[in-house]
Structures are given as C-alpha cells and as structure tokens.
Design a protein around this ligand. Structure first.
Ligand SMILES: [Zn+2]
Length: 379
C-alpha cells in the first residue's frame, strides 16, 4: 500500500495552478496548502486544538532538532510523534539536512554523509541517509523527506552538478533504508540551484526512483524572488502530475500565491510564527508591526477583515501592551492571527482555482497588500 496519494481535482484556467487533495494515514488535506512549522514537536505557543480550530491539517516538524532533544528513541517509546504531541492530523518531517547545512559551520561532506558539530553544545555528530531514515522512521511522520545536500546560493555549476549527483545517490540510499514504506511516504528533493540543466537532471534522477511526492529544494536561500519564480517555472513541469509538489521554506503571502500559480501544492515556513513573536502581523492590507507606538490607543482588531479568535476578541492596543510587556498571551494572539491568515489565504487561493480566477485574485491581493509598490517588503 502506498501511504501517500494525490488526487488532482482541477487546474485554474487563468494560471494553471492545481487544486488537489493529498491522502495520508492521518487524514486528507486540500491543496495548495500551508503547513505550520512545529520545530520541537510544538507549533510555538499554539495547542493542537487551536491548530485544528484554524483548519491546519498538516504540520511540519524538524528531524534534526528532535534528534538532539528529546531524542527519537523517547518519541518512539511514546508511540511516535502524533501520540507524543497529541496531534491527530498529518505530520511531515524534514530530513535534518537543511539544519546541518544552515546551523552548523563546522561540517565536512563525504560520500557516506556529513560530519558536523551539534549547534547546542559543539559535540561531533554524523548524519547520513541511513541515519536520517532511521530517525524519521522512529518519529513516524506521515511524510518524510530524503536526506539531501542543500548548497548555498549562489553555487558554481560545477559544484552544483556534483551536489545534484550526490543527492541522487543519497536518495536511492534513503529508499533502501526506509523501514516503514507501508506507513510513511518518502519524498525526493529536486535540487540544482538556478541551473536549468541541473534541475532537469535532478528531477529525472528522482522520478526514476518513483517517490510518492517531490519537493523543490534549494530555494528561499537568499536568491532574488524572480530567480525563485523562474526556477519554479522550469522545475514543476518536469514533475509527474499525479504526485504532490512541495516548495520548502516559503511562507510569505506573495510567494505562496506565486508558487501555487507555478504548480506547487504544499508550502512550509517559520515566517508567520517567527515574526509573530516579534510583534509583527500579516494583514489583508499589508504588514502591521503591532509594537509600534501609533497603536497604543488603537482599539480596532489587528485586521478588520479577519474573523480569527484574536481579531474577534482583542484590540491592537491590548496586544501591543502584551507584546511590549513580553506577556506570552500577546505572542499567542499574534501567532494565532498569522497562522489563521495564511491558512485562510490558501483557502481563498483554492476557491479562486475552483472558479478559474486565481490570476484576478492575485492582482487584487497584491494591490491590497502593497506588493505592487516599488518598496514592498517580502511579506
Ligand atoms: Zn486575525
């Protein structure tokens, strides 16, 4: 039995974006969708009940962080990640590769895997395709990611080519080491940076291994937005239409819409939760820094067009006061609002695809959010 399947419902006549549904052992979810990130087996400050309330049905957790603490053995003994954190919906775990390449500066890549230092205490560690699979099998997420190399941007063609080839060999080793293929679906990750020939090579290598889904990696690593859009335009047409596509590490509202238009089904990013803890909110009329003094006597909700728990019950003035006082409840309210905002945005994107008007929706949304202004911020 294949644990992860994808159903293509329709494509948008204006843009070609896909409306679909992904089936997992822990329920189905409609795509395009955004996955809140629960790095340490918790979406910071949110309870699983709150995530359900805002219609999140798949969340992401990080293999690298859970490996270091509490340790995958403890989570396995608890009965797996779903039981450990009391989350009945679907879970996706990454491979740990991205953190190894982004958090640790002392690292050595060899064919066997990567030697690096623990970012918490400096201990020497080693992660390989086999180890990444063993940890993810112990965690028991519905979707797991192959262990890949994520080279920085920019990288030379020569380096990227050798990296893409290693990623393909590692992907094959991941498949061989996968201990629970009937219960957990393993996605391959297409790399290749900004190089068209290497994206093709990487996609072909991985498609020949027949994964139940494919991620597009190596984007949102500091490249300009037009580079990301161009790479998506040349990569998604290479991927099978009957499998889900996941763009890793992307969560700004404009990128979610631009990604969906280019055929992406799944997204994740720490952006909405991270900026929330800094007192910044995403709203239908653009970014709102609730910490700002001008909101001290502003008794309107964060977003007058939002019907989330935070906006129905609390004012900018109150939330500003909580955030300025470092009160946990303030961060809970901004986090709740930001996640609700992105999940609602994806609902609107799906509705627009259903009605063949995603192009028009993008125009309206960008205009209202301020993305069309020359000095527009990324989120
Ligand atoms: Zn709200």
């Amino acid at each position: 039995m294949v644990p992860i399947t994808y159903e293509l419902i329709k494509t948008d006549k204006q843009t070609g974006a896909r409306l679909g549904r992904v089936h997992t052992p822990h329920g189905s979810f409609d795509t395009p969708t955004f996955m809140p990130v629960g790095t340490l087996a918790t979406v910071k400050t949110m309870s699983p009940e709150e995530l359900q309330e805002m219609n999140a049905n798949i969340i992401l957790s990080n293999t690298y962080h859970l490996w270091l603490r509490p340790g995958e053995d403890i989570i396995r003994e608890a009965g797996g990640l779903h039981k450990f954190m009391n989350w009945d919906g679907a879970i996706l775990t990454d491979s740990g590769g991205f953190q190894v390449f982004s958090l640790s500066d002392m690292r050595e890549i060899v064919e066997e895997g990567v030697h690096f230092r623990n970012h918490l205490n400096g201990d020497k560690l080693f992660l390989s395709p086999e180890k990444a699979m063993q940890i993810q099998n112990d965690l028991g997420a519905d979707i797991m990611m192959a262990f890949d190399e994520c080279p920085p941007f920019p990288a030379t063609h020569e380096y990227m080519k050798s990296s893409v080839e290693r990623t393909a060999r590692w992907a094959e080793r991941c498949l061989e080491a996968h201990g629970r293929p009937d219960e957990q679906g393993l996605f391959g990750i297409v790399q290749g940076g900004e190089y068209e020939d290497l994206r093709k090579q990487s996609a072909n290598d991985l498609i020949s291994l027949d994964f139940p889904g494919y991620a597009i990696g190596g984007l949102s690593v500091g490249e300009p937005k037009d580079v990301m859009n161009r790479v998506l335009e040349l990569t998604t047409p290479l991927l099978p239409t009957d499998k889900p596509r996941y763009l890793m590490g992307v969560g700004s509202p404009d990128s979610l819409i631009d990604g969906a238009i280019r055929g992406v089904d799944m997204f994740d990013c720490v952006l909405p939760t991270r900026i929330a803890r800094n007192g910044t909110c995403m709203t239908s009329t653009g970014r709102l820094v609730v910490r700002n003094a001008k909101f001290a006597r502003d008794f309107r909700p964060i977003d007058e067009n939002c019907d989330c728990y935070a906006c129905r019950n609390y004012s900018r003035a109150y939330i500003r006061h909580l955030v300025k006082s470092n009160e946990t409840f303030g961060f809970r309210l901004t986090t709740y609002h930001n996640l609700h905002f992105l999940l609602k945005l994806m609902e609107q994107v799906r509705a627009a695809i259903r009605e063949d008007r995603l192009g028009d929706f993008k125009e309206e949304f960008f205009e209202q959010y301020g993305f069309n202004k020359p000095d527009a911020k990324n989120f």
